[in-house]
Structure formats: C-alpha cells, structure tokens
Ligand binder design. Structure first.
Ligand code: UDP
Length: 355
C-alpha cells in the first residue's frame, strides 16, 4: 500500500506537542514500512522523525481542542497549516492508495467525501467538540469503517449527535519493546509522565507527594507554564522534580528507575501511551479508573486502579505498589503491546477499507 499520513496541525511532529499520538504514528509507520508498504508523513514545518519520510508544510498552527469549550465554533488561523496540509493531500492524492488523518479537527472529516482517494481517520482523543463530532458522524454514516480509535472507553464518549462509538475500529496501541529496558529494581520515587496541562491532573500528583513525602519525577512537554507554577504554589511541600521532555531512550531510563507511574487524568484519557511504556520497563501503574488506563492496567497485577479524583485512594495504592511483581508488568507489555500486534491491526484496517 502507498500511504499518506497527515499529522496534527497543533505543532511540529516529534516535538511532543501533539501528545501520545506522535509515538503511535511513528510506531505504526515503522512497522508498516518493515512490511514493505510506503509511508509518507505530511506535518508542520519543524517536524522531525527518525523513521518516517516527512513532507513539511508551512502555515500557522492551530489551538488545542482541549482548551476549547464543547460548543465553540470551528476556527482557523490565517494561513492555516491544517488547510495547507489538506491542499497538499488533495494535490498528491493520485500517488497514494489511502490517506490517513491523525488529527481531531473538523476539516479532514468534512473533506472526506470530496476526495477520490479514500481517507481513514485515527482519532486520538475522547469527544471534546460538538462541531467535530458532527463531522465525524457524517463520515460514519457514509463510510462506516473509516474511523479508528484507541479504546472502547474512548469510543463510548462519542455519543452526540448519536451514539456512534460501536462503529469505530478499536486499534489499541503498541511500542517497540526493544527500546525499553526492563529494570528489576527501583528507587523509592514515583514518575508522572504527561504534557503539563490541566487535563492531566498534576495537582493530584503533587497532593500525593505532600501526603506521602515521596519525590516525583515529572517528565513531559511544558504545555501550560502558568498551570505548572500554580500547582507548585498550591502544594509548596510537594517534591516535584521537573526533568523536561526527553526522547524515548532517556525517558524509559528515567521512568524505569521509578517505583511506579502515577496517572491522574481529569479527562477521559483516550489511551495513555505512557502506561504501556512504563509496563515495558517493569514499572507498575497507579491510576484513576478513568479512560484508557482502565483497559490497560490489571488491578493488583500490573498496578492499581482507584476511584477518580480520590487522592487518599491514590496514596493507599502507592503504598501497596511493592506487592506488584515488576516482571509481570514487562510480560504484560510483551504479550499485549508489541509493534507486530499494532502493525497487524492497522494493516488489516487499511486492507478492509481498500477492499
Ligand atoms: N513523552 C516523551 N518524552 C517525555 C515525556 C513524554 O516522549 O519526556 C511522550 C510519551 O512517550 C507519550 C507521550 O509523550 O507517547 C504522552 O502521550 P500519552 O498518550 O500518555 O498522553 P497524551 O499527551 O496523548 O494525552
């Protein structure tokens, strides 16, 4: 297959600004290229990838859907990079068998019936905006097999203008396990790995640190500095070490040295790639039972799921972490989240669409 992947318009691919979907795109492309498919990725100027041939497209980036309210109208910056990406896709469509959209944005869904080359859409977040969901619903009605998502919990959030999640293709996620080293022992510290942004609930991790006295290594893109400063002001006794945003090699080394990964999502996390990266290092996860982590964590075996927004329950689970066997975590990653399994699911989805 000749595949044209189209990245998110929120910023450069490889910068981390797009979140976990960047890792998913990289991994899917890597595996499909191994299987002799052609993959090109069109993305904003400044994008970088070790694995995928890039076409960089100029233009102004878009704002994050998670910073808007549900009924906000669709808006475009002047000289929108999203519009430019899709103009490129339209011009080049004859050179590809399938175009794959990785952005939760109105335009690509709306444009789907106007293209001769089929467009598949991988949605990497839960439902956020009515305007986009309406455009997705139109795609579902016309082309029922074209919408892919990570998890069932994520799919279930798409219930407007009608419940459509049951028609989405569940694709899960996967990682290149060779890049993650199993670390059998750890220091008495926690990791919190996410974009520094309110929907990730860093304040609850800070509360855990204050209550338990444990240090927390914070890793991830600094998306909202004001929020970061607010959390530090509100929890002055929390021991949060911000270590920055690192490539996978360093990320897995730092995360692997921790006793557990803490996940405190305030939104329905579509998947949570960091959870499977932690498992691959042998690191158990303590998370709110909300969104993707519910489908990833085996309670009592690879970590603990606790009542959402209950900091006390998080603290109790953290103290129980030494009961989790780190080898079991690594085995879980090997059994469920390999690149081969991920490649099989995406490849079959594309084959089905083209059939
Ligand atoms: N990440 C990274 N380096 C870091 C911290 C995070 O590469 O120092 C990546 C991590 O590998 C994951 C992504 O950031 O792929 C976060 O994605 P996740 O699915 O957990 O959440 P999202 O940001 O998509 O909501």
């Amino acid at each position: 297959m000749r595949l044209l992947f189209i990245s998110t318009p929120v910023g450069a691919f490889g910068s981390g600004v797009g979140g976990g979907v960047e890792l998913t795109v990289e991994n899917v492309a890597k595996e499909l290229m191994l299987r002799s498919h052609t993959v090109h990725l069109a993305a904003c100027v400044g994008s970088q990838s070790q694995a995928i041939p890039l076409i960089t497209i100029p233009g102004e980036v878009h704002s994050f859907a998670q910073n808007q309210t549900r009924t906000d109208p669709v808006s475009f910056p002047n000289n929108s990079v999203l519009a430019n990406l899709w103009s490129y896709a339209r011009e080049m469509q004859d050179s590809y068998d399938l175009i794959v959209n990785f952005a939760y944005d109105w335009l690509p869904f709306y444009l789907t019936p106007f293209f001769d080359t089929p467009i598949a859409h991988f949605v990497s977040m839960g439902s956020l905006l009515d305007s986009i969901d309406r455009a997705i619903a139109q795609v579902v009605q016309q082309y029922p097999d074209r919408i892919g998502v990570y998890t069932q919990t994520q799919a279930d959030t798409f219930d407007r203008p009608f419940p459509m999640g049951s028609q989405f293709r569940l694709l899960g996620s996967g990682i290149d396990l060779d890049l993650y080293e199993f670390q059998p022992t750890s220091a008495a510290r926690l990791a919190w790995v996410a974009r520094i942004s309110p929907e990730k609930g860093l304040e609850d991790a800070a509360a855990v640190s204050e209550a338990t006295g444990l240090e927390i290594d914070v890793l991830g893109k600094m998306q909202d500095r004001e929020y970061w400063e607010q959390v530090q002001q509100d929890f002055p006794k929390a021991k949060l070490n911000y270590l920055g945003f690192h490539p996978t090699e360093k990320l897995q080394e730092l995360m692997g040295a921790c006793q557990a990964l803490l996940m405190t999502p305030k939104w329905v996390e579509a998947f949570g790639n960091v959870a499977i990266e932690a498992l691959a290092c042998g690191v158990p996860i303590v998370s709110y039972a909300r969104g993707g982590p519910v489908e990833i964590i085996k309670h009592g075996k690879t970590g603990y799921l606790v009542e959402p927004d209950n900091v006390r329950a998080l603290c109790d689970a953290v103290t129980a972490v030494p009961r989790i066997n780190r080898i079991v975590c690594r085995r879980e990653a090997e059994a469920e989240y390999s690149l081969t399994a991920l490649g099989d699911r995406f490849e079959q989805w594309f084959i089905d669409i083209l059939a």
